[in-house]
Design a protein around this ligand. Structure first.
Ligand code: TLP
Length: 343
């Protein structure tokens, strides 16, 4: 039997109809701006997020990097959350390639408090300090367990940014999960941000791709950065076709992943030796702590029984539900966890 793979929603495979759409895609050279399918995806992404323009990129990491490089300059600082993906898991790209310093702030489950952000903004009249250029938010927040930013919290960050002349970048790798959880259009969520990246290759099941959206001016800068980091691609319409198909067919079904994550979390909460904050399980990510076990050993024992997950830090484990995971898989996953904990 194939293992139940809950390591990430990045493991999703393209559905047969998505593959057919890819095979049928009309293509051109995207570096010349001549791939009609890429152009269509970028227009669609801009419309969906309520922005003027968009650029398709290889990954969420590239989208965040180009977004930050396009709204901040060398020597400036970007405020972000201490557990955010840009700060923890993107190789220090903004510092390496842009000379931009990230300023991590501790938060309440990934949601930055506006007062903490205000307190972190650098004074402009002190020549010792770098200047603050932007604020980065992550919605949904991965390390917090797929937590959705309340719209009021986003609006509060927007107000702070406007009061201090700062830009806002949203790492919306899973912003469609946030939109489905809130029952609101993505544009309403992205309204708080100047630039927003979303991923096609996670819950939306595309093989490759993310899109960075923003004003025409900022996206023009991002295109220059994309070319510089080797991200100018040619007949990328074959990938954009997957994205267009996904935006049409894969968003609403994310609710199934959320329901499966909920069932999984509630089942795990019943098991001895597991500590889980059910309040953080709002989308498709389930994070929990093991009270008396090494998470790596737990994950290895699950693997031998056909369940894949991820160990995180000293006590944490992460499971992610996604396209291809059914309610019956969740029941089997719970049985495996129960067996491993009882062994
Ligand atoms: N997250 C991945 C990897 O870190 C392993 C995962 O499995 O969760 N922003 C957020 C919030 C992300 O969770 C990720 C990827 C990215 C950006 C980066 O996307 P990619 O992997 O496309 O560069």
């Amino acid at each position: 039997m194939a293992p139940i793979d809950l390591r990430s929603d990045t493991v999703t495979l393209p559905p047969p109809d998505m593959r057919r759409a890819m095979a049928a895609a009309e293509l051109g050279d995207d570096v010349f701006g001549e791939d009609p399918t890429v152009n269509r995806l970028e227009q669609r992404a801009a419309r969906l997020t309520g922005k003027e323009a968009a650029v398709m990129v290889a990954s969420g990491t590239m989208g965040n990097l180009l977004g930050i490089l396009s709204i901040a300059r060398s020597g400036q600082e970007v405020i972000t959350e201490a557990g955010s993906h840009v700060f923890m898991s993107e190789g220090g790209g903004a510092a390496t390639l842009g000379g931009i310093q990230l300023r991590p702030l501790v938060s309440d489950h990934g949601v930055l408090h506006p007062d903490a952000v205000v307190a972190a903004i650098r004074p402009t009249d002190d020549i010792h300090q770098p200047l603050t250029a932007a604020i980065c938010v992550e919605d949904t927040h991965n390390r917090a367990g797929g937590v959705v930013w309340p719209l009021e919290a986003l609006a509060a960050i927007r107000r702070v940014a406007d009061e201090h002349g700062l830009a806002v970048h949203m790492d919306g790798a899973r912003v469609f999960n946030a939109a489905v959880a809130l029952g609101r259009p993505v544009a309403e969520i992205a309204a708080a941000a100047d630039t927003v990246t979303f991923c096609l290759s996670k819950g939306l099941a595309c093989p490759v791709g993310s899109v960075l959206c923003g004003s025409a001016e900022v996206i023009a800068r991002a295109r220059r950065w994309r070319k510089m980091v080797g991200g100018g691609w040619r007949q990328a319409g074959i990938l954009a076709a997957a994205g267009l198909w996904a935006l049409e067919h894969m968003i609403e079904r994310l609710a199934e992943d959320h329901a499966n994550a909920q069932t999984l979390a509630e089942g795990l909460a019943e098991l001895p030796g597991i500590e889980i904050d059910l309040g953080t399980v709002q989308t498709n990510i389930v994070r929990f702590r093991l009270l008396d076990r090494d998470p790596r050993a737990f994950v290895a024992d699950c693997r031998t029984r056909g369940l894949l997950g991820g160990a995180q830090g000293a006590a944490g484990v992460r499971f992610v539900t996604h396209y291809g995971i059914e309610a019956t898989d969740v029941q089997r996953a719970l049985e495996v966890c129960s067996d491993v904990l009882a062994a």
